[in-house]
Design a protein around this ligand. Structure first.
Ligand code: KIV
Ligand code: NA
Length: 264
């Protein structure tokens, strides 16, 4: 049966961890979906892993639409989430128009990076039938404001603010929260605080779901390896089995382990 937003809500209610992975093409989408990954993300990480840029900022709407349409053809029942690229949701009007394009291309949900300023946008999308994932914490589109890729929410004031923002965005209509690079105790507090399913990357083992960039978890990404990445291909014999191992280890909460987690 196809994964829907209701499936993710049920996982949260039952306390069952679910998995998500990026894909950018039909072949990977089919492998990822058939391995039992619940959510496929067409991440703007494609700007780095496919295009070779040093940030996600150059990615355009046309590019995400193209990759979403490729993924939709390979998908075998996972929930398809598409990233809205940098400045494609700068105004509510732009967000509506651009989200519609992604939904037409085959997305079931769109993901936006930001904080409380997104409330009106999320409300407008939600009211018009577009499910939204709100991405908080280390939001890579803000790299130039952050001055680098840094763990977010480390002091108590920033932590409280992130909890507040997550609650407000769910109140505005966000169906899923995604937390990137936040201390595990903070991610656990946010997961408790909101009724929406929470997906984490570098956010510890207590979120409702986990996500990774597929190139990272296959050990293909060159350069510095972030703390939260594990190479699943190293302990298996094929891409298919590596992805199945990821699904299994997320489900039984052996991934992420301490070594992949930011404590504070
Ligand atoms: O673009 C992406 O792949 C993402 C994940 C890292 C969450 O946003
Ligand atoms: Na992204």
């Amino acid at each position: 049966m196809a994964v829907t937003i209701n499936t993710l809500r049920e996982y949260k209610q039952k306390g069952e961890a679910f998995s998500a992975l990026t894909s950018y093409d039909a072949t990977f989408a089919q492998i990822v979906s058939e391995a039992g990954v619940d959510v496929i993300l067409i991440g703007d990480s494609l700007g780095m892993v496919l295009q070779g840029n040093d940030s996600t900022l150059p990615v355009t709407m046309d590019e995400i639409v193209y990759h979403t349409s490729c993924v939709a053809k390979g998908n075998r029942g996972s929930l398809i989430m598409a990233d809205m690229p940098f400045m494609s949701y700068g105004t509510v009007e732009a967000a509506l128009e651009n989200a519609a394009e992604l939904m037409r291309a085959g997305a079931h949900m769109v993901k936006l990076e930001g904080t409380d300023w997104m409330k009106d946008t999320i409300e407008a999308l939600s009211e018009r039938g577009v499910p939204v994932c709100a991405h908080l914490g280390l939001t890579p589109q803000f790299v130039n404001k952050f001055g680098g890729y840094k763990v977010q929410g480390r002091d108590e004031k920033a932590a409280e603010l992130m909890i507040e923002h997550a609650c407000e965005l769910v109140e505005a209509g966000a169906d899923v929260i995604l937390l990137e690079c936040v201390p595990a105790p903070l991610a656990a507090r946010i997961t408790q605080a909101v009724r929406a399913p929470v997906i984490g990357i570098g956010a510890g083992a207590d979120t409702d779901g986990q996500v990774l960039v597929v190139h990272d978890m296959l050990g293909l990404t060159t350069g510095r390896k972030p703390r939260f990445v594990k190479n699943f291909l190293a302990e298996t014999d094929s891409v298919q089995n590596a992805i199945k191992a990821y699904v299994e280890q997320v489900r039984n909460r052996t991934f992420p382990a301490e070594e992949h987690t930011f404590k504070a």
